[in-house]
Design a protein around this ligand. Structure first.
Ligand code: MLC
Ligand code: AMP
Length: 500
């Protein structure tokens, strides 16, 4: 027996003194130090009673210690659940109640606010602040730097990542050891990630992109990571000078293009720029090539499936497409009505099968059965078409989803919050195009009789309940919402009316 993910990502580096994590102005962390500190935290998790399959949830700033906690959870046989630092109390309460983590790690300032909920599900609470200090660190520091890695099978769960849903209720995607390891291996090989690479990491580590695509491939390859707190333009420009690889969402690339310091000379050491999580406009792709001589490699994925397709490393990176299915992944483009496979060139539902596809939604067997078919294909909710030579273009989404700066926002969740306000009769939340975020969240509201709209009051209310990126950036007050003959709100009409 073994623990395939731990063995391949961390265990094999136990005597590797090369640099793994480099942060501006801080000491570097070698692979060996990373593996020792991972073992100390794994010892701590066991001390707090973690059993194989138990969840370790964390809502904390992006720090080296959080990456160590991720590694430790894998080594101790737990299931890692990382939560957006911006989530408010109501949002976090839902995840804690649903996932009932054995251990919950949060910023010391949030501890009190969440004690009642963690108490209800019996979670042990440890703290971790933005400098990597807290009880997690102080209690682990005195423990052994070796740990008897807990055996896990390829099909065992190792992560639970929540994705919002069309119904407004978030769903926990259950990811197995093999989902993550197979995808990391495929991407490392395809993108030729190796120990000479230096990867710029400016994404959050509570989503598939920053956590798995970036960190798992770097660990597998033994590559160095320039670990940045967030996307800050001057830091990124500096990092580009001395790195070989960048993984980002399209907003990274539009912001880079808006800065005159981005030149071919600046990017002369770079080997590869990768984009994903949201559509990269063909114009952005082409302008980036004109400015730097580099062809951005666009790929496509989802929380439930990890990465699905990629443009080639060697070969044509075609703007406006997300490339071809990964070597071990099958896709079908199916008719949305009949479910039958379409001919090449016809638009249909993108469905995916392969070792990358998750095991189902946590505590939601009915939802799982609806989206994960008996034949193993997962229905993505994205609409696409294949070219005759196998390149996939995503042309829209059947799901009512807004992607803002790479974050998914399901309108229903925001509409539910707005509808709690008695003054508001009804509301429709939709996305309009935005130069920075790709799409931005806006809301049309219809007021109850004799009521008038108070923007700041609404914003205060929404700010208490929803993470910042989900909050509408604009409100439009209407007399009524446009509806079709079936009574369904016509969001396309709203988009047309309010897009500038
Ligand atoms: C920040 N804000 C956002 C926002 N990010 N609003 C809408 N959408 C976003 N994505 C808010 C801030 O709170 C702030 O509000 C205001 O907008 C301006 O913030 P900013 O300073 O310009 O934002 P910044 O911190 O620079 O963040 C922008 C960003 C970041 C694009 C760099 O959002 C980001 O890192 N996104 C990546 C998300 C990601 O990792 N997605 C992967 C999902 S996995 P105010 O009012 O306080 O000023 C997945 C699968 C796959 O999709 O295929 O990869
Ligand atoms: P998430 O649920 O956060 O994992 O987001 C997954 C969704 O992001 C997918 O279903 C797509 O709609 C979208 N997505 C990811 N990569 C791309 C891409 N390269 N182009 C367009 N959409 C993308």
């Amino acid at each position: 027996m073994a623990n395939p993910l731990y063995d391949n990502l961390i265990g094999k580096h136990a005597t590797n003194d090369a640099c793994f994590l480099r942060q501006p102005g801080k000491p570097t962390v070698s692979f060996r130090q990373f593996s020792e500190r991972t073992s100390q935290v794994a010892n701590l998790l066991l001390k707090h009673g973690l059993k194989p399959g138990d969840r370790v949830a964390v809502q904390a700033s992006k720090t080296v210690e959080m990456v160590i906690l991720y590694g430790a959870t894998i080594q101790a046989g737990g299931v890692f659940l990382s939560l957006n630092t911006d989530y408010k109390k109501d949002e976090i309460s839902y995840f804690i109640k649903d996932a009932s983590p054995k251990i919950f790690v949060c910023d010391p300032q949030k501890r009190k606010e969440l004690e009642q909920i963690t108490g209800q599900v019996g979670s042990q609470v440890l703290t971790l602040d933005k400098n990597g200090q807290g009880s997690l660190q102080s209690q682990a520091n005195i423990l052994s730097k070796t740990f008897n890695t807990i055996d896990r099978r390829p099909d065992d769960l190792v992560a639970l990542l929540y994705t919002s849903g069309t119904t407004g209720r978030s769903k926990g995607a259950m990811l197995t050891q093999n989902n993550l390891l197979s995808n990391a291996r495929t991407l490392k090989n395809l993108w030729e990630i190796n120990e000479d690479d230096i990867l710029i990491h400016a994404l959050p580590i509570f989503h598939t992109h920053g956590l798995f695509v970036a960190l798992n491939t770097a660990l597998l390859a033994g590559a160095e990571v320039t670990f940045l707190q967030k996307f800050e333009i001057t830091e990124i420009i500096e990092a580009i000078r001395a790195s070989t690889l960048l993984m980002g969402v399209p907003t990274f690339y539009t912001r880079l293009l808006a800065d005159e310091r981005l030149t071919a000379h600046l990017a002369k050491n770079m080997r590869l720029f990768i984009s994903g999580s949201a559509p990269l406009l063909a114009d952005t792709h082409e302008e980036f090539t004109r400015r730097t001589g580099h062809y951005i490699l666009e790929r496509y994925g989802m929380t439930e499936t990890n990465m699905i397709t990629s443009n080639p490393y060697n070969g044509e990176r075609r703007p406006g497409t997300v490339g071809k299915p990964l070597p071990d992944v099958e896709i079908q483009i199916n008719d949305t009505q009949t479910g039958r496979e379409n001919a090449d060139g016809e638009i249909g539902m993108i469905e995916v099968r392969g070792p990358n596809v998750f095991k189902g939604y946590w505590n939601m067997p009915d939802k799982t059965a609806l989206e994960l078919k008996e034949n193993g294909f997962f229905i993505t909710g994205d609409l696409g078409k294949l070219s005759s030579d196998g390149y996939l273009s995503i042309v829209g989404r059947e799901k009512d989803l807004i992607i803002s700066g790479g974050y998914n926002v399901y309108p229903k969740e925001i509409e539910d919050v707005l509808n709690e306000l008695e003054k508001i009769d009804e509301t429709a939340v939709f996305g309009i195009s935005d130069n920075d975020f790709g799409e931005r969240v806006v809301a049309a509201v219809v007021m109850a009789e004799n009521e008038s709209f108070d923007k700041s009051e609404t914003e205060v209310f929404v700010n208490e309940k929803l993470a910042r990126y989900k909050q509408p950036k604009e409100y439009f007050v209407l007399k009524s919402l446009p509806r079709n003959s079936m009574g369904k709100v016509q969001k396309n009409e709203l988009r047309k009316q309010f897009s500038m």
